[in-house]
Write a protein that binds this ligand. Sequence first.
Ligand SMILES: [Zn+2]
Length: 115
Amino acid sequence: MHEVSLVRSLLEQVDRIVASQGGRAAVEVRVEVGPLSGVEPLLVKAAFTQLAGDETLVIDEVPLTAQCDSCHAEFELENFRFVCPDCDSRETSIVRGDAFRLMSVIVDVADEGDV
Ligand SMILES: [Zn+2]
């Protein structure tokens, strides 16, 4: 279950962000999971519940998106069909959907005096 080690390194990243902003803890952690990331969102959630503190995990499941190398159109891949809908080129590159990554962290900053 490699989601556990993924979540562990995710939380290390989150800790560094919290520390760099001088915050107390993370309130919300948002990640992006694509269909080609090899990551199962449900397992990520389970590992997060096990390893994290009180922060909320938000998982954005993004579609697999590619860009055409010839005309640079961006399109969502359906059924893993790597063909540009605009010019029928097969030379395409994945631009989104092949990764598990940290998108944003909302940090709880201890001093809220200026609100
Ligand atoms: Zn194209």
